[in-house]
Write a protein that binds this ligand. Structure first.
Ligand SMILES: *Cc1c(COP(=O)(O)O)cnc(C)c1O
Length: 495
């Protein structure tokens, strides 16, 4: 039987080629043999394959992966929703893909205009006054926003303000970005509901606080109704409010950070606004600010007068945080996405994302432990199974879901619970898909009771079963050579 599943080096057949080169048309003096000792003399041990072998190899590899286009992917916080293909098509137009950041503005008016339009649409969506599209990712946007926060205080000669308040429920990038921006972190514990504890907050406010970073809805998917009071307290103490809007699904068209008292926000175009992500692909983390901070936005800044767009870097700005304008093609996708939804439908995103998560939460709370009762926003968090007697863990459940063709939800985050399972169905899934997922989750809960070993040993149907994650991280096998060495060490010889 033909086996195209073999490693590419093992498919190699001596002398087989996947290319044909034309005869060298240049005179003798340009022949490569004239390179003398610069010419490589040792043959590089590359696999020898035909074009068809290579195509089959990569197609099979792609099928071994799980993606939002192969199945339901309810990864909380990271929003694996479907990204419409029309956005890809528009971002692939040669007018966008073949331009250079150093071109004269007159020759790239369309792209610069999109920068302006998208900035003002994001400002309207978030309730801000000005935006930069330059940061490359969410964490990069956080750093940019914190640099603006820091500069704001420095400009006022308020040199003592070096501390940022971050609740313990925050995404890990929040304290990390604060540290990179040279700020000290004050972590405050959340209430049992995962909300900001007002008394804890009051206790840490002082004239050393530069500001507070918050996600609302928080990483538990809960909307903090005290938000206006929180903003008031921080402002009263002289600090600024930073909104982590990496995942804006629940708020789209429904509520705006700017109206909750936030002064700075970042959004992830690669989560909420239609760019596929995962695997570290290109992202974009635009930052929006209120009027009093607009002059600090990083350059280059795109301006417009009488319909003509031009580029400027102001002397007040914090400087550059990227070489040019950021990931242009990512903001083209976001622009297409927002325009294709329109003002009315963008509200439906927030509605559907929220309804879907609440539906999942209500349907599963008889089998899975719901630590926080009441309505959630775009995602819900369980603390493992209700019945803990079987010893089946969240990791086991995540692995068992793979056997049923579902990607696992986010697990063991947020850190507030020991067995967190964080489910974000997103607005792009049908009721049928969500119902199927719910029934599989219930089946797994039943299996955990009746045949726990099936769940504990899962997955059974994937190409690799459980991996030793610590070993894999410590000893990475990234090349065929590494692989052969590993086999030799284990005393296994490859024929
Ligand atoms: C994803 C995420 C971030 C970080 O975004 P990156 O683009 O991965 O740097 C920050 N905060 C929250 C809440 C997130 O979900």
């Amino acid at each position: 039987m033909l086996n195209y599943d073999r490693l590419v080096f093992e498919q190699s057949v001596k002398g087989r080629k996947g290319y044909s080169l034309p005869k060298n048309p240049y005179p003798d003096k340009y022949q490569i043999s004239n390179l003398g000792d610069k010419l490589r003399t040792k043959v590089v041990p590359l696999p020898e394959l035909s074009e068809l072998d290579v195509v089959r190899h990569y197609t099979l590899l792609s099928q071994k992966n799980f993606g939002v286009e192969t199945g339901f992917y309810p990864l909380g916080s990271c929003t694996m929703k479907y990204n419409p293909k029309i956005d890809e098509e528009l971002a692939s137009l040669p007018g966008f893909t073949r331009i250079h950041p150093l071109q004269y503005p007159a020759s790239v008016q369309g792209t610069l205009k999109i920068y302006r339009h998208l900035s003002s649409m994001l400002a309207e969506i978030t309730g801000m006054d000005g935006f930069t599209l330059n940061p490359f990712a969410g964490a990069h946007g956080e750093l940019t926003g914190l640099m603006i926060m820091k500069q704001y205080h420095l400009d006022r000669h308020d040199f003592k303000r070096t501390k940022v308040i971050v609740p313990d429920a925050a995404h890990g990038t929040n304290p990390a970005s604060s540290a990179v921006a040279g700020m000290d972190i004050i972590e405050i514990p959340s209430t049992g509901q995962g909300l900001v504890d007002l008394e804890q907050l009051k206790a840490v406010l002082s004239d050393e606080v530069a500001g507070m970073m918050l996600t609302n809805p928080n990483t538990l998917g809960i909307f903090d109704c005290n938000i206006c009071e929180i903003s008031r307290l921080v402002h009263e103490a002289g600090g600024l409010m930073y909104y982590d809007g990496a995942n804006l699904n629940a708020l789209l068209g429904q509520a705006r950070p700017g109206d909750m008292g936030f002064d700075i926000v970042h959004v992830n175009l690669h989560k909420t606004f239609s760019t596929p992500h995962g695997g570290g692909g290109p992202g974009s983390g635009p930052v929006g600010v209120k009027k009093l901070l607009s002059r600090l936005l990083p350059g280059p800044i795109v301006k417009e007068t009488d319909g003509f767009c031009y580029v400027e870097t102001t002397s007040d700005s914090i400087g550059r945080i990227s070489g040019f304008f950021g990931n242009t093609l990512v903001w083209i996708r976001a622009y297409a996405y927002i325009l294709s939804l329109g003002r009315e439908n963008i509200k439906r995103v927030g509605e559907l994302a929220t309804i879907n998560a609440n539906y999942v939460k209500e349907c599963l709370k008889d089998d899975y432990l719901l630590p926080i009762e009441g309505p959630c926003m775009h995602e819900c968090v369980f603390d493992g199974l209700i019945d803990k007697s079987t010893g089946v863990t969240t990791l086991d459940i995540a692995k068992r879901l793979l056997d049923y063709g579902y990607h696992a939800p986010t697990i063991y985050f947020p850190l507030l619970f020991h067995q967190s399972i964080m489910i974000e169905p997103t607005e792009t899934e049908s009721k049928q898909t969500i119902d199927d997922f719910i029934s599989v989750m219930k089946t797994v809960a039943k299996e955990a009771k009746e045949h726990p070993e099936i769940v504990k040993e899962a997955p059974h149907s994937t190409i690799v079963s459980r991996i030793d994650e610590v070993f894999a991280a410590k000893k990475m096998i990234l090349t065929y050579q590494d692989y052969l060495e590993e086999l030799t060490q284990k005393g296994e010889v490859k024929s």
